[in-house]
Structure formats: C-alpha cells, structure tokens
Design a protein around this ligand. Structure first.
Ligand SMILES: Cc1ncc(COP(=O)(O)O)c(C=O)c1O
Length: 397
C-alpha cells in the first residue's frame, strides 16, 4: 500500500530563515572559557554588560515581591499599568515630553521589542535598511522573520553618522530604517536636528523609522535626544539592560504610534504572553534610581578617556570618540585584515579580550575590533597595562 513512498530517507531540512549568522564573538567567548579552564588569566573587555548590580531599589522591589508569597503570575500583555505609567513619566522627567502610557508596551528585553516592532511594521519579504556597523541582532532578527536587511554603510570619516542623504538615496523596495542613538559598537549619537531630518525624510518616503534608544542615559558630553521629541510616528525601542545594568532581567519597552498598539498587544500575547513579572516590578522601582546610576556613567567616562588616551600610543589613529554607550570601535587595519584572528591572538598573548568587528559590519569589520568599557576601572587599567607593550611590539614588527 505504501509502495509509492520513496524509501530513501531524506532528513528534513532546517528552515532558510533559521540560517542566521553565528556571532564570531561567541567563538572568542569559547576560547576565553578554554583559557580560563586551563588556568589562564583573562581581562575581558568583550561584553556590553555592566558589572555593577542593579539599583538597590530594584533589588528591594524584587525581594519584597518574592517574600510576599504572591504568585507573580502573568501580567497584561502590554505590561503592568504602573510600569507603563512610570515609563511615560520618565519621558516627562528626562525629555519634558507628554507621552501617553497607552503607547508604551513592556517587552522581554529590547531584543523582543525589536522583533515585535519588525513583525508589526513589516510584511514577510520586505526590505529594511540597517545602518552598518551596528548591533548584529538587527540583521539576525530581520532574517529570522523573513525580512531582508539592506546595508546602510557608514564610516569613521563621518563619525559613523547616518545622513539624510543616505536615507534619500535608499532604493524603492526599502520599507523601513533601523537606527540606534547612541549606537553599538560606535557610540555615535545623533542630534535632534539629525533625528528630525531623518524622521521627516522617512515620513515623506513612507518608511517606518525604528530607533533603538537602549543606550540613553549613558552619554558623555550631552544628553541623548529621543526621536519622540521630533514626532509620534517612529517606533522607539528601549530597556533596562544598559543604563540600569539589568541585562539578565530581560525587561525592555516600546513606545509606539497609537495604530500599532493593539497589533503589538496581540503579537506579544501570542508570542510571549507578558514580560517577566518580577522584572517588571523591579523596573518600576529602577525608574527613579538616577542618583545611584549617574556616578556609574561618570566611571564609564573615565574608562573611555583612559582608553582614548592609550590609542595613539598603540598606533591606532582611525576611530570616532564615542558620544555615548560604552564601546570603542577601532580600526586595526594596520595590523590585520582578520579581526577574529587578531582578537584570538590578543587573547593568547595578553589575556585581553575584544570583540571582532565582523559581527558588526559585514563590509569591513575584518579591519575593526570593539572594546567594551562598562567594567570596573581596575579591569580597564589592567587591560591597558597589558596592551601597551603588546602594541609596542606589533608596531615594531
Ligand atoms: C544596540 C542594542 N540593542 C539591543 C540590545 C539587546 O538588549 P536587551 O535585549 O538586553 O535589552 C543590545 C545588546 O547589547 C544592543 O547593544
């Protein structure tokens, strides 16, 4: 009866959309673990994870919630109303903006906010422009949901800024633009005028504008501008991972144009039900922790300045000093054209760990590496002390 069925076993293939690039950073991470296991010393400037604990008020709110014995069940899909209200008020305090809490959706980290925003704004097969260099998960997330990333390449000569001219020159098939300010890995931050020009062009051309504002609060010479002060029709992504140092709490938010709110509510209800309740409660308390967090940003600034002062000694001249975030993206093209091999060699010979640029820029990331500087000052000092003689040697070779 089953004779017509081909007896040759053909294994089922994985989907094409799951064919997402693996970050080279994870390969370096494995090499780090192997080195540590073998008793080697590692000084890691790899991860964008602040090493200090979350704000005291957030820890206390979580402890109180746990000891209350309450079940901490699901919340409304868009988040606990008090957190949505707290986030709306945060925009009032920080930017003097009236944002209705009805436009705020609480998400499972910024990462899930990104995916929800892409799902709500684009249809399968759409092309979306992504600035390069940028956070690699933009490309991965687009790919995973059948969207096509279009590279909008920037470079150090313009401080890695995306310009209105670049938006104006986008091909007709592009349906939206993803930018970050301040950006990972470059720390580049756009002014209110730049955001306005980009917003206006996107409006004129019928493009969704998605702005990742996750590094707001971590800025050095001026405060970050939110695109919400320019207009209500962009999608803003933000979260508690960086300024608040709450990466593992997996809590973020979106501020949406009204017409996307019910779409996001339905999507979130289907995909995740709600963001973690404990983290939402901690988030409410964390929103008022500026007094504890501002000194941390000052410590990042001191770390940044030490690294910037070291670069000329290392013979590194091509970089853009970061306006915000806690990364330094530098051109090491005089020493290598393989940033993964360069990071491995740096790890082997000095114990210092950096991220290879290939993760952030498919065009010329092979010439770049990224240092993260959100760690304790002693770690930065140790890294510099190890890299000083190493780069001296490299420059003599
Ligand atoms: C620019 C940017 N956006 C989003 C994320 C994801 O952050 P999370 O999901 O922890 O909020 C990161 C993480 O490093 C990032 O650098």
């Amino acid at each position: 009866m089953l004779d017509h069925i081909d007896k040759v076993f053909v294994p089922l293939a994985a989907s094409s959309r799951s064919d997402v690039e693996i970050y080279q950073m994870w390969e370096i991470f494995k090499a780090v673990n192997a080195k540590v296991k073998a008793g080697g010393k590692v000084v890691s400037l790899l991860a964008g994870e602040p090493t200090l604990p979350p704000p005291q008020a957030a820890i206390k709110a979580a402890q109180d919630a746990l000891s209350s014995g309450k079940p901490l069940g699901y919340t409304e899909a868009l988040g606990i109303p008090a957190l949505r209200e707290g986030i709306a008020q945060f925009y009032q305090r920080r930017h003097g903006l009236e944002i209705s809490s009805s436009r705020v959706a609480v998400t499972v980290g910024t990462s899930s906010g990104l995916m929800l925003a892409f799902l709500a704004a684009f249809s399968a097969g759409d092309t979306v422009a992504v600035v390069e260099p940028s956070y690699p998960a933009y490309r991965g997330t687009l790919k995973a949901i059948d969207l096509v990333p279009y590279r909008l390449t920037t470079n150090a000569s313009t401080g890695y800024r995306v310009t209105p001219e670049m938006i104006a020159a986008l091909p007709a098939q592009v349906k939206g633009v993803v930018i970050a300010s301040p950006a990972n890995p470059t720390g580049t931050m756009l002014s209110a005028e730049e955001l306005r020009a980009i917003y206006d062009l996107c409006q004129q051309r019928g493009l969704w504008l998605i702005v990742d504002e996750l590094y707001h609060g971590v800025t050095y010479d001026r405060a970050a501008e939110t695109v919400l002060s320019v207009g209500d029709d962009a999608i803003v992504i933000n979260g508690f991972s960086k300024y608040w140092g709450m990466t593992g709490w997996r809590i973020g938010w979106l501020v949406l144009p009204e017409r996307l709110v019910s779409r996001i509510e339905a999507l979130h209800g289907s995909l995740q039900i709600s963001a973690p309740t404990l983290s939402q409660l901690a988030g409410i308390a964390a929103l008022n922790a500026d007094a504890e967090l501002t000194p941390r940003v000052e410590a990042y600034r001191r770390n940044r300045d030490k690294l910037l002062a070291a670069l000329p000694r290392w013979g590194i001249t091509r970089f853009a000093p970061p306006d915000g975030a806690f990364y330094l993206y530098i051109d090491v093209g005089d020493f290598t054209d393989d940033s993964v091999a360069f990071c491995r060699r740096m790890l082997d010979e000095t114990g210092v760990v950096a991220a290879p640029g290939v993760d952030f820029n498919t065009a010329d990331g092979h010439r770049y590496i990224r240092f993260s500087f959100c760690m304790d000052a002693a770690i930065i000092d140790d890294a510099i002390a190890r890299l000083d003689p190493w780069f001296r040697r490299l420059n003599r070779q």
